[in-house]
Ligand binder design. Structure first.
Ligand code: ADP
Length: 386
């Protein structure tokens, strides 16, 4: 729109004005600048309220001080009734301070009656601002709709993953049991190829069972209720270490922790996070014995935990993808695992209102960091319960 004038622009106006001469003057000014103006006049609160609800006005021009009421009360009514109609104060006198106050309160502009020459450009600006506001509202609504759709489709997917993995378990158990039976009964009675094929089938079934178990584990994390408690994160790490006793002993790993705070979190889910991170730090060791360091520091409203190791490290380009379920950087013969541990950590941390990532460190190895809000907005997610 041309901000210098309103060539041909249709303008439906509501004038809050008690002086007919001023009404005429305002209309004439706008017409002279090319607006195709039509309008109504309101002289008191009731008239104003009725009109703004009856008619879809493009703009309101309000005198600041009428004998019966303050034109600025119009701003309160627009705000109260959630009506987005730009309002320009057109008035005989208004100090600068008052003008700023009314603009803060929601007026689009203030124009003095003896400076009506700037009314048209003020009107153009107000209309353009309204158009932009409407556009932004539309984009926000579209975005909110997309977010809701995404949340729904995620919930459906999670439900699907749970039901599919749950229902697949039974037939798979049959396959695994009977191929195992075949292997036990007929080993050595078939030719060499026959034995090999049965072993492949047993292997495949066992692997698929492990994958399905992992998928179920992941689903359960997504759907299980979070039960936050005030807990000592040191006790959580100690519990994780107890669960990892065998791996620690076998690898000769040294795991240190210090300065671990009291936090609010679901104890069993957080144990799972530490357990997965420490297990990986031990599993993906290099030539040296694994050394794992666990620490925490407070940053504003969150705790930042770090689990770092001296292992084989992770290429920067894979820092995001390894948090995706079943994503691994190695074959199973190199390092055992199904690629579920980090996706479970991410799910748990995000459900606690935190985030998890990998951070660069100067020494070789990897450093996983995650945050937990000091007062987490923990909320349970709806869905199937395992
Ligand atoms: P898994 O350990 O079963 O492979 P994860 O989801 O825990 O599954 O990890 C995904 C992948 O991320 C691993 O296969 C490995 O390639 C990489 N990774 C995770 N933790 C580490 C670590 N501490 N050091 C090096 N690589 C790691």
């Amino acid at each position: 729109m041309d901000s210098a004038g309103g060539t041909g622009v249709k303008l439906r106006l509501l004038l809050v004005e008690d002086n007919p001469a001023d009404v005429e003057l305002i209309l004439a000014t706008l017409r002279k600048d090319g607006f195709d103006v039509s309008g109504d006049v309101a002289q008191n609160v009731d008239e104003f309220t009725a009109r703004v609800h009856e008619t879809n006005y493009d703009l309101i021009l309000a005198d600041y001080n009428l004998p019966q009421w303050k034109g600025t009360e119009a701003l309160d009514i627009l705000c109260r009734d959630n009506l987005d109609v730009p309002l320009i104060l057109v008035t005989g006198y208004l100090g600068e301070e008052k003008a700023v106050e009314y603009i803060k309160q929601g007026a689009a502009d203030c124009v003095l009656k003896d400076r009506l020459a700037r009314l048209s450009s003020s009107v153009c600006t107000a209309l353009e601002e309204k158009r932009l506001r409407a556009q932004r509202r539309q984009s926000e609504e579209a975005l909110a709709q997309k977010v809701a759709e995404l949340a729904r489709s995620n919930a459906e997917l999670e439900q699907f993953a749970y039901v599919a993995s749950h229902d697949l378990q039974e037939p798979l158990r049959m396959i695994a049991n009977y191929t195992q039976l075949l292997a036990d009964r007929y080993r050595g009675k078939l030719d060499e190829q026959g034995d090999k094929y049965i072993n492949y089938a047993v292997d495949g079934a066992v692997r698929m069972q492990a994958l399905i178990q992992d998928l179920l584990k992941f689903s359960r994390v997504t759907t299980a209720q979070i039960e936050p408690r005030t807990i000592d994160s040191r006790a959580i790490v100690e519990q994780a270490m107890k669960n990892l006793q065998a791996a620690v002993k076998e690898s000769g790993a040294i795991v240190n922790w210090n300065g671990l705070p009291t936090i609010v979190a679901d104890p069993s889910q957080l144990t799972q996070v530490f357990q997965n991170l420490i297990a990986n730090a031990i599993k993906f060791h290099g030539a040296e014995k694994p050394v794992v360091q666990i620490a925490a520091e407070r940053k504003e409203h969150e705790w930042v935990f770090a689990v770092s190791d001296n292992g084989i490290g992770i290429p920067v380009e894979s820092w995001q993808e390894i948090f995706v379920i079943f994503r691994r950087l190695h074959t199973r013969t190199e390092y055992a695992g199904n690629g579920i541990g980090l996706s479970i950590c991410k799910k748990i941390i995000e459900r606690h209102g935190g985030k998890i990532w990998i951070e660069a460190q100067t020494q070789p190895g990897s450093c996983f960091k995650f945050t937990l809000p000091t007062e987490p907005p923990v909320k349970a997610t709806d869905g199937v319960r395992a």
